[in-house]
Ligand binder design. Sequence first.
Ligand code: SAH
Ligand code: SF4
Length: 370
Amino acid sequence: MRDLPLATADGATRRRAPRHLADLDLAGRRAAVAELGEREFRARQISTHYFGRLVRDPAQMTDLPARTRGRLAASLLPRLLTPVRELTCDDGATHKMLWRLHDGALVESVLMGYPDRITACVSSQAGCGMGCPFCATGQAGLTRNLSTAEIVDQVVSMAATASSGAVTGTAQTRLSHVVFMGMGEPLANYARVVEAVRRLTAPAPEGLGLSQRHITVSTVGLVPAIRRLAEERLSVTLALSLHAPDDVLRDELVPVNQRWKVAEVLDAAWAYATRTGRRVSIEYAMIRDVNDQPWRADLLGRLLAGRLAHVNLIPLNPTPGSRWDASPKPVEQEFVRRLRAAGIPTTVRDTRGREIDGACGQLAASEVLA
Ligand code: SAH
Ligand code: SF4
């Protein structure tokens, strides 16, 4: 299966990421180990290193005989992510990693310490094909989907960083939350993302043992995929990037709206909320004089009234050369006031990592431009 050409939706031929133990469940790892002529308990042993102890370097797995270790490493522990840059800001509470994948594609992850939690923000694709004009990742287009293990390895790597005590601003050392808000559209890489969620939430040594409730999948609004996700029996939080309550504006800000309209995508979100009992997070980037008018706050309030939802306003992080800017604070406050008056729980996202291009895709974009 390794290194077979993989046809992507746009017809381009890309090279598949090497197989890694995090692509497989424990039964699959046992079978792979047996195929190598090794004893099956080795599968549990290397899984305990990787998911239980957060050890990714085979050289440190010293309880394995050298020959066995070499074989297992070659077959199940290829290096997936090579660090290109690590930047920290917010006095060490935010760490941003830029990784190079085996084929040279670049992706990024962010690790954030909060008083009560440590959150990892991960990428699901190299680039993104959805073309939202305010988003740095969207400008570069899609390079390829990440494999399950390329997604999981971002989290395991950041969990190791967290456990070393490198994240400040928190009393925690255990990574507890994951948000799919890095590069890419998670639901456009559906099967691998769902598999990654299963791996992150399976108890060790099968997986990382995170709580499903601590995982958030953010989507631009791929309606059939949202409906499918509702049937997966996963208690993950769905974040819907709405950004406009009306089709005229959303068609422009979120081009996929030309296919699935505001009413349709909200219907799918309510179906998700009903099926899972989870409150949907409506993401809304505040863009000066574009989507921040009081009447749009009122319209949004009417659309969400009585639903299992809350609104998360994101101050726009302007991308280089963009004609758009963040809304002024008083405008943002009025937007919040109107939503709350309509009974909608509303928060404003903190602007973590601004000084290190913390928003979606901006570090990878600056590396490409450099
Ligand atoms: N593709 C998914 C998840 C990745 S983007 C999605 O769009 O939901 C994560 C969040 O960052 C989304 O809500 C997205 O709209 C937002 N975002 C993208 N670019 C931004 C920018 N320049 N400023 C503020 N938020 C941005
Ligand atoms: Fe893709 Fe999300 Fe960026 Fe839109 S906002 S281009 S869906 S990553």
